[in-house]
Design a protein around this ligand. Structure first.
Ligand code: ASP
Length: 488
């Protein structure tokens, strides 16, 4: 029997994970426990109902008085409410004791296990990421034969990154201004404060600049700090070429050999992607309550539509016109990486697959892929840029009851671009960066609380778009480099 193509296997893994996760969430998302043993003094009955993301404790004391206490971010509930188990443990330790005796819903228990199993796949990808980037980049640069080609490729790459990220932001802004998900409807309850970073934009960008100059390249490898790794490897390879002779030949040989081994390892790990993706998607769907989606559906729809337009119209046009490739075939070649980006919500985690798919399946030359893709995983984030713009304008609509004036929207556009450059390629990085944009337009950082609950799902979508844009960039630069070589 013919073996199913890898991207179909991954898609099947994803679908199966979603079905099982949602089923668990719907049918096993609640566990009710009547606590009988060791009741706190004065209580006659205590029932704990644990739902995904929310716990309700109902007690009756010896005098017949009933009390209902809710723990979780759900808003508007009757009775006393605490935002987390930690707060409950501080203020009502006797009730927190009841919660520890209660059963967890099966969806949570299974969800945690799925997360750990999917985590094994992510660990494998992390394991190969650093040596793969180093050997791939060194082998690519040593193959270039000089630093001039590198400078040209660098400026082309940056131009591509900025242009597509701006296009993404403008798409997001058009959608949020047209659909106005934050206007009309019920006023939202006061949001819970977010764990946001309180650093300024200049600070964040300067940190990126600092990463470009690692003070300790070995520490950068250990961290790992991708930008530092990229600059040091680039410098090392360029200087190896300058030293020339036997040294350059030896280093090139070592880089090529290391790269061949790392590619073989990556290939082997990628075979596990269907299983890894299955567990990651099942974990997310099992542990995300369906209720949170309903309340923010207009906002989620706006983000999803804008992401879809950028990914399915703008970027394919770029690939068709500038890279002269069939966008459809290119997307199929890249699909294992895109699906892994989606399920892991991390550009960094997907990077080994992105490199492998670009080179082995899409035929992009190593010297282009090994440069454009790792750099893109850290600085080129179209999906994140778009998402930041939509989220901040949505929050502004909720907060002020009207759209932000044009001048403020321009501020959002520029800061969203810079924040996307500053965001790391890890889950929820965009959320942390958003504090900077909120600050720039005078919104309190706490106002971010409303969108926290649905961030994970949107993170999956925007990460896939981030990686898709990196891949399209590699295709475009590859075509330009090819044209130069032909004209050459
Ligand atoms: N998770 C995204 C990525 O890795 C970054 C973000 O949170 O927007 O690309």
């Amino acid at each position: 029997m013919a073996r199913l193509a890898l991207h179909w296997q991954i898609a099947l893994g994803m679908a199966a994970g979603a079905v099982i996760g949602v089923a668990l969430n719907v049918f096993a998302g609640t566990a009710t426990t009547s606590v009988v043993a060791d009741l706190p003094a004065g209580l006659t009955t205590a029932t704990v109902t644990a739902t995904v993301g929310r716990t309700v404790i109902e007690t009756i004391d010896a005098g017949g008085r009933a009390e209902r206490v809710e723990v979780g971010p759900a808003a508007g509930a009757a009775g006393l409410r605490f935002d987390s188990l930690k707060t409950l443990a501080r203020e009502r330790p006797e009730l927190a004791g009841l919660v520890t005796k209660a059963r967890q819903p099966a969806a949570m228990v299974w969800g945690e296990w799925f997360q750990r199993l999917g985590g094994l796949f992510l660990r494998m990808l992390k394991m190969v990421a650093v040596p793969l980037i180093v050997t791939s980049l060194a082998s690519g640069v040593m193959g270039l034969g000089g630093a001039t080609g590198l400078g040209r490729m660098f400026s082309r790459t940056l131009t591509y990154y900025v242009t597509t990220s701006l296009l993404a932001i403008l798409t997001g802004m058009a959608f949020v201004n047209l659909m106005r998900p934050g206007l009309g409807g019920e006023p939202r309850p006061a949001p819970a404060p977010a764990a946001a970073a309180h650093t300024g934009l200049a600070d964040v960008l300067f940190q990126q600049l600092e990463s470009l100059v690692p003070d300790n390249p070995l520490a950068a490898l250990v961290a790992p700090d991708f930008l530092s790794i990229i600059t040091f490897t680039l410098a090392f390879s360029v200087f190896a070429l300058r030293v020339g002779g036997e040294v350059a030949t030896a280093i090139r040989g070592a880089a090529d050999a290391g790269f061949a081994v790392m590619m073989a390892m990556t290939h082997a790990i990628i075979r596990l992607a269907p299983l890894g993706v299955f567990f990651l998607v099942a974990a997310t769907t099992a542990t995300q309550g369906a209720g949170v989606f309903a309340s923010l559906s207009a906002y989620m729809l706006t983000v999803a539509l804008a992401l879809a337009v950028h990914a399915a119209i703008t970027l394919p046009l770029v690939v068709r016109v500038l890279a002269r490739r069939s966008p459809w075939q290119f997307a199929r070649a890249m699909s294992p990486a895109l699906l892994t980006a989606f399920s892991s919500a991390s550009s960094n985690a997907a990077l080994p697959l992105t490199l492998d798919c670009a080179e082995s399946r899409a035929g992009i030359r190593n010297r282009v892929g090994s440069f454009v893709l790792p750099l893109g995983a850290t600085v080129n984030m179209d999906g994140t840029a778009l998402y930041e713009a939509v989220a901040v304008l949505f929050i502004a609509q909720l907060h002020f009851g009207h759209d932000l004036p044009l001048a403020q929207q321009v501020v959002v556009c520029v800061t969203a671009l810079l924040a996307s450059v500053g965001a790391a390629g890890i889950p929820h990085a965009g959320l942390v960066m958003m504090a900077i944009i909120l600050q720039a337009v005078g919104l309190p950082a706490e106002s971010q609380g409303v969108i926290l609950a649905v961030d994970r799902v949107l993170d999956m979508g925007r990460t896939a778009v981030n990686v898709w844009s990196d891949a399209c960039g590699a295709a475009v630069i590859d075509a330009w480099e090819n044209a130069d070589a032909a004209a050459g």
